[in-house]
Design a protein. Structure first.
Length: 204
């Protein structure tokens, strides 16, 4: 944005333009921006952990179709991470390297336990990994819902399709949940009981 000052044309920063749009930025407003920055960075760090977990799952799939599912899921989550970075940038907020590092450390610690339980199909670790992913994706869905509510206060976010992002998250969650239920049956029920359950489902 340009404006005249003592006969000169000067360029206003995006932050200054936003301040003029809504009036002088108060200290409270600055604190709120800090909270938003932290909130978005928390989700960005969590998604980094999810990507690392999905990579581990993809490597351990015997079925090429299942491996492909996790590869595609990783691409979708990477796309959502790019969307979060865009939201931060448009709002004049910063990505936190410290939180990214913390997210990787958390992912590493969590993955150690899952690997101990086994990330292969039919193992308890696989079931627990899918539960973590389903919960994380549901959290992402709720993130998009909330940001859609906040969007009118952020003209910088105009054009970002929050409803479409929510629907995509629902599709991702449902696909993971389908696998969670299947792997739950495989890892928690022995063959005899699985046969009984299968007969009960077929007769109902």
């Amino acid at each position: 944005m340009r404006y005249r000052r003592q006969g000169k044309i000067e360029t206003e920063s995006p932050e200054g333009a936003r301040a003029n749009m809504f009036g002088t930025r108060s200290a409270k407003a600055g604190a709120m921006d800090h909270e938003l920055q932290r909130y978005l960075n928390d989700h960005l760090a969590g998604s980094a952990a999810a990507v690392r977990l999905i990579e581990d799952l993809a490597e351990r799939q015997d079925d090429p179709a299942e491996a492909n599912f996790f590869h595609l899921l990783k691409e979708k989550i990477e796309g959502d991470r790019g969307q979060l970075r865009q939201l931060l940038e448009r709002a004049g907020l910063e990505e936190s390297a410290a939180l990214q590092a913390a997210g990787k450390l958390t992912a590493g610690a969590g993955n150690l336990k899952l690997k101990w339980d086994g990330l292969e199909p039919g193992k308890l670790g696989m079931l627990e990994a899918l539960e973590m992913l389903a919960l994380g994706i549901q959290g992402k869905r709720l993130l998009w819902v909330l940001l859609g509510e906040l969007a009118p206060a952020f003209p910088e976010w105009q054009g970002i399709p929050f409803p479409d992002l929510e629907l995509a998250a629902i599709d991702q969650r449902d696909a993971v949940e389908e696998r969670r239920l299947r792997h739950g049956r495989d890892s928690l029920i022995d063959r005899e009981r699985r046969a009984i359950a299968a007969d009960a489902r077929s007769s109902s």
